[in-house]
Design a protein around this ligand. Structure first.
Ligand code: LRH
Length: 489
């Protein structure tokens, strides 16, 4: 995405601007190998670099300059670098191997203690469990690590000397792309907090070295943590040439966790607003000034992820559009989602609300069969047609969204006002209406591209094009981005 953002001024002559040009869109297909499910980061690297080169060319044609580059991506997964080379690429969080790490970690640190320290909802793929199940990491740690990675400035100067020792250790997915652009290996705060190794509730982010040691993760493999808005580095000569951009082009840390960026650009307009960031996952919660680490939050499966500007995203991971998209994939090309959704809106009684958070829905596989099974277990009608499946899934998602939003408001003690639904799910009118109906509060849907907007907003603030606190950034979203309101029926 090529983004532009200016605050504008009060004269009315210079209105606020926040816009995106979509330069490239590419599939992100996981690859199954004999040893499990992986991401194809080599293909993604090429697609990102081609997209950035096109963005640079597009800006140049308009007589504009790329002020900075910001990267966000999904959470928890990581790769392993040695001497600057990726020696083990990220495994997919849906890979079955991670589960082996769960017992290993909980034997050493019982879950209640873990929650009190890191505030994370139990998900079998949290990075901590992935580490515990990763033989490459153990072997790598045993063979010695050459760089302790703590001193970011020393590391940057190593990079400018062409010495990539700092590229030794683990790197989370968005930071891997930043590394490829700059040669500088960091862990951006919002995403670092999804590893389970960052203490919840401290103003400054840091690695919990004691916890890391206890679960056998050498703290030396963890990169320095940087906060959104800070400079990661500038382009390496090779990348600058390929993109036809100056080497001085800054790569700026944004909310590199996609959900963190999405929440930055969520147009909260009333107190008690909850968010649903709805793409592959449905992340449902509230922005809170501090984490909520109570037994109630823990038992309700609420996570405390670090947000931009020291905020906390108190949220629950709901299965999201994954279930629907996997069904459509299983049914083949005969069906397209918009047509199915229109037909599904006309299904009246033959649908069943089932537990869409059931962990059996997490892995790849025969999704329609699993949905049918869950409908039967819920004691309802088993869908017989594609449209009945779609309606059952949409209603079940809406129910899970409504329940999680209500629970978030109970946990914080702030009554639920409105639900802001952002991301691809905001296009799904059936889902938005069903969420409003089931929650009994209005749903404000949009922007669809909240993640990219949140990324651009943090960059624009760093560049000095806009100022202010998160509320000011969101005012710019409210002033420029259309939304659709669904009243509960
Ligand atoms: C959404 C997301 C979510 C994580 C999941 C792994 O893309 O980052 O916030 O829980 O992927």
């Amino acid at each position: 995405m090529l983004g532009r953002a200016y605050s504008g001024d009060d004269s009315g002559e210079n209105p606020p601007v926040l816009e995106l040009d979509e330069i490239a869109r590419f599939a992100n297909e996981p690859v199954r190998r004999a040893d499990g499910l992986h991401w194809n980061v080599a293909a993604l690297r090429e697609a990102v670099l081609d997209g950035l080169a096109d963005a640079a060319a597009s800006a140049a044609r308009r007589g504009e300059r790329i002020a900075s580059i910001g990267i966000d991506a999904w959470a928890v997964d990581y790769g392993l670098l040695r001497h600057g080379e990726l020696v083990a690429g990220p495994r997919h969080y849906r890979d079955a191997r991670h589960e082996a790490g769960v017992d290993a970690v909980h034997r050493l640190v019982p879950f209640p203690e873990l929650y009190a320290r890191n505030g994370l909802q139990f998900l079998p793929f949290n990075t901590l469990y992935q580490f515990a199940a990763d033989p490459d990491l153990r072997e790598y740690a045993a063979s010695g690590i050459e760089h302790d990675g703590d001193d970011l400035d020393a590391h940057r100067s190593d990079v400018s000397d062409g010495d990539h020792r700092g590229g030794d250790g683990i790197v989370l997915v968005p930071d891997l792309f930043a590394y490829w652009l700059t040669g500088v290996r960091v862990a951006e705060e919002t995403n670092a907090s999804t590893t389970g190794l960052v203490p919840a509730g401290e103003p400054e982010p840091r690695w919990d070295a004691e916890l890391a040691e206890r679960v056998g993760v050498p703290a030396g493999i963890l990169p320095p943590i940087v906060r959104p808005g800070s400079l990661i580095g500038t382009l390496t000569p090779e990348i600058a040439t390929r993109l036809d951009l100056p080497e001085s082009t800054p790569v700026v840390a944004v909310g590199s966790h996609d959900t963190a960026s999405a929440v930055v650009a969520t147009p909260f307009a009333v107190p008690g607003s909850a968010f649903v960031s709805c793409g592959t996952w449905g992340l449902v919660g509230v922005e809170s000034p501090r984490p909520v680490l109570t037994a109630e939050a823990r038992d309700a499966g609420f996570t405390n992820e670090r947000g931009v500007d020291g905020t906390t995203r108190l949220l629950h991971n709901v299965m999201g559009l994954w279930v629907l998209n996997e069904c459509v994939r299983a049914w083949g090309e005969v069906t397209d989602l918009p047509t199915l959704l229109t037909a599904a809106a006309r299904v009246d009684t033959r649908f069943t609300v089932f537990d869409i958070d059931d962990p059996r829905l997490m892995p790849q596989g025969d999704m329609p069969a699993r949905v049918a099974q869950l409908c039967a277990e819920a004691g309802g009608a088993v869908p017989a047609t594609h449209t009945e499946f779609v309606r059952s899934i949409v209603e079940s998602l809406a129910e899970a969204f409504a329940r999680a939003a209500a629970r978030a408001s109970t946990l914080t003690g702030v009554p639920l006002g409105t639900i802001n639904l952002v991301g691809g799910g905001a296009r799904n009118a059936l889902l938005c209406q069903a969420t409003a109906d089931r929650a009994g509060v209005p749903v404000v849907a949009g922007p669809v591209e909240a993640t990219a907007l949140g990324n651009v907003l943090v960059q624009a603030r760093t560049a000095g094009a806009i100022g202010g606190i998160l509320g000011d950034l969101r005012r710019l979203v409210i002033a420029t981005q259309p939304t659709t309101r669904y009243e509960p029926r």
